[in-house]
Design a protein around this ligand. Structure first.
Ligand code: 3HC
Length: 295
């Protein structure tokens, strides 16, 4: 069950990163978006990331050109479905993912492995609905995909050994480090990371320290590359809220419960870097703590 061609469905931050990494590793890669305009944006994301890599001397111009030559971006789901593995990185909504897998199943050859980049939904739900429960795995990548070395390989109770082995070998060929995770909401990393980030918000709510001191504390006191509030802005507050809601619904444990400040910030459109403002205001360089938090 060797994987030679890669389909990626969803060309946002994660999907375009996954497609870039697959194409860089030499796989003919077909990235699918829903409209031509979104497909153009997705290709632009890959091109910008490669340009940064070239600027930093991490990617040669030849590697950039080879990556782009391996990448096809379009709107036909049949192109992605015809590959040996299809990885979905669409919105974190089970109903949307299930409908997508059912559509892909109608067009994909029987050998094709389906992989979800879900960060908090369980794979079994998608596997059972997909029509090929033994060939569905989770492949959870991390943002920014070209820089983060880890991929969680998730086995649902229906997944065959052959599918897990093929997916794990594929992750290694991407140059990433696989870890095996059980099919529980959040897998390994988000099970630990989401409560940590939510606790940082609670620390802000209860006035433990200022936003910048909480971040400095975890950077310099625990050696993290980013403090938790900077990381929240980086991941996206809307994304974090969605993940926390799914994990809280699954486990009913208060450590996963979204704090009120997170809900309020998402309601106000303060999503973090993507909207220009979250815990920090990115209209300034360097970014400064958002004004409402220093009042
Ligand atoms: N292509 C290739 N290489 C690149 C690059 C690019 N586009 N951009 C940067 N690099 C290289 C740099 O040259 C540098 O290499 P070096 O270490 O050999 O010098 C390295 O990557 C780091 O880049 P920078 O120096 O520009 O940036 P930082 O040192 O500030 O690191 C970061 C950036 C990697 C994002 C770091 O801050 C970090 O690790 N942050 C935490 C990210 C994190 O936790 N992500 C996970 C989020 S959770 C998630 O995704 C799960 C989801 O389900 C929520």
């Amino acid at each position: 069950m060797a994987i030679e061609t890669v389909g990626v469905v969803g060309g946002g931050l994660m999907g375009s990163g996954i497609a870039q990494v697959a194409a860089s590793a030499g796989f003919p890669t077909r990235l699918r978006e829903v409209t031509a305009a979104l497909a153009t944006q997705a290709r632009g994301r890959v091109e910008r990331s490669l340009a940064i890599g070239v600027g930093k001397g991490k990617v040669t111009p030849e590697q950039r050109d080879a990556t782009l030559a391996h990448l096809t971006v379009g709107t036909d789901i049949g192109d992605a479905a015809s590959c040996d593995i299809v990885i979905e990185a669409v919105v974190e909504d089970l109903a949307i993912k299930v409908a997508l897998w059912q559509e892909i199943d109608r067009q994909a050859p029987p050998r094709t492995i389906f992989a979800s980049n879900t960060s908090s939904l369980t794979i079994a739900d998608m596997a059972v609905a997909s029509g090929r429960p033994d060939r569905v795995v989770g492949l959870h990548f991390f943002n920014p995909v070209p820089l983060m070395a880890l991929v969680e390989v998730v086995r649902a109770i229906t997944t065959s050994d052959a599918s897990v082995d093929a997916a794990t070998a594929f992750v290694r060929r991407l140059g990433k480090q696989p870890i095996a995770a059980r099919d529980t909401s959040g897998f390994v990393v988000n099970r630990l990371l989401i409560p940590y980030m939510l606790d940082a918000i609670r620390a802000v709510e209860t006035g433990v320290a200022s936003v910048s001191d909480i971040d400095t504390g975890m950077r310099l006191g625990a050696g993290h590359p980013m403090g938790p509030l900077t990381l929240l802005d980086f991941v996206g507050l809307d994304t974090t809220l969605r993940i926390a809601e799914i994990m809280y619904t699954e486990f009913r444990e208060t450590r996963f419960a979204p704090p009120p400040l997170l809900r309020q910030m998402v309601t106000a459109g303060l999503f973090g870097r993507k909207s220009g403002r979250g815990f920090y205001d990115y209209s300034a360089e360097p970014p400064r703590v958002s004004a409402f938090l220093s009042r």
